[in-house]
Structures are given as C-alpha cells and as structure tokens.
Design a protein around this ligand. Sequence first.
Ligand SMILES: Nc1ncnc2c1ncn2[C@@H]1O[C@H](COP(=O)(O)OP(=O)(O)OP(=O)(O)O)[C@@H](O)[C@H]1O
Ligand SMILES: [Mg+2]
Length: 225
Amino acid sequence: MSELLLKLTNLNVGFSEDLVQDVSLEVRSGEIIAVLGQSGIGKTTLIRTIAGLVQPRQGSVELNLPEHGGLGYIPQRLGLVRHASVYHNVNLGARASLPWFKGSREERARRVTSAIAAMGLEEKTLEPIRRLSGGQLRRVATARALAQQPKLLLADEFLSELDHTTVDVVVDAVKTLTDDGHSLVMVEHHEENVEMIATRIWLIENQQLIDMTIDEWHKKMEEEE
Ligand SMILES: Nc1ncnc2c1ncn2[C@@H]1O[C@H](COP(=O)(O)OP(=O)(O)OP(=O)(O)O)[C@@H](O)[C@H]1O
Ligand SMILES: [Mg+2]
C-alpha cells in the first residue's frame, strides 16, 4: 500500500498576486512528479511553498513525513556552504535525518561517502565548494539530498548543467530512493529527462496546475503541434 506523503488543498501560491491558483493534489510514496511550465510561471514558488519557505496565499499544505529529515530540498540556487568542503556540505544532509542523538557517527559517515561516490565526486571530497564547476556543484547538492534520504524530495532543476552520461548516473542514484518508496517532485525543462524518470506531470499554465499522466501529457503535446 502506498502512503500519503503530501496533500495540497485549494492552494494559492504567489507573492503580492497569485501565480498558481486552487491546487488540490495528493502525492503518494514512490511517485516521481515532473513540474513543467514556462520560465517565471511559478514552479520554484510552488516548490518553496510546499517546503514551507513561502507562505500560501490561501489553502493548505499538509505533509505526512518523518520528523527528522523527512522533507528534502535541492534548491535551484543550490544553497551550498561555499567555504566548506564537499564532505561538510553532504554531511549537512546526513545530519538532517540522523542528528547526533539518532544513529551513529559511523552510519552518518557511511551515508556521506556513499552519496559522494554515487555522484562520482570522490576525488573532490575535501575540495572547497567554490573550486567546483557548475555541474559538480549541482551533484554536491544532490549528494546532500541522497545522504539525507528524505521521504519526499523537492528538486528544482537538479539535472541542469549536466551532460547525458552524468544525467544517467544522477537519475540512477535518485531512483534507488524512489524504488524504496520515497517520492520526488522535480522541476524540469528537458523533455528527455522527464521521459526518463517521471511517473506523473504537473503542468503549470494560465495560473492553473494541470495534473496529468504521462500519456495525457503526450496527447496534449501532440495536439499542440
Ligand atoms: N521572493 C519573491 N518576491 C516577489 N516575487 C517573486 C519572489 N520570487 C519570485 N518572484 C516572482 O514570481 C514569479 C515566479 O517565479 P518562479 O521563480 O516561481 O518561476 P519559475 O517558474 O521557477 O521560473 P524559472 O523556470 O525561470 O526558474 C516571477 O515573476 C518572479 O519574479
Ligand atoms: Mg525556477
């Protein structure tokens, strides 16, 4: 049986005006949802509202997640600690779900080294963040989320700046989480990445969020051609 992880009820998202209106949705364990829509439409704002970083203008966001580190977030502007090492940054993720009173130091260290290895960044483990390339930075942010193992991961364009081979590596690593009943809500511009991973689509247009299956999304794209 899949578990209910997130419930949005009549949610309006925005700042001084609504960007997206009247969203009512549920996310269950194991789902991979791709959030699509034009630049500036409100994808990041929706994700940040779910994460509790932006106040809903109306309606509610209910999360049903473990108390420690149940919600993970890979921001579009990564939010890494620039003067600190890759290891330190990834350890912040491990510490979110394994604080000092929960789980051993060894267990945390194992999670950190395996997340860094999964992102192919072993050689950069002790390197400060400011010396990494754009795609490497994005993979550090993904490693931080993998080390956290959140039940629900919100990922804002985490596959951008990566070549095809590296996208495959990152997607495989994230799939180990979703195969295990974790869920992913990802903002993504590239159709081929959506095809590769998503089980469902949230398309934002005209201030509405359209919740679609992959087949419904294909049909809509064909109609628009
Ligand atoms: N903190 C803020 N205060 C006021 N307005 C904001 C704030 N953050 C974003 N906006 C505005 O909200 C709108 C939606 O921004 P958002 O970042 O959600 O778009 P997006 O769909 O993620 O776009 P992109 O694909 O370019 O990342 C934009 O017009 C932006 O200027
Ligand atoms: Mg955005």
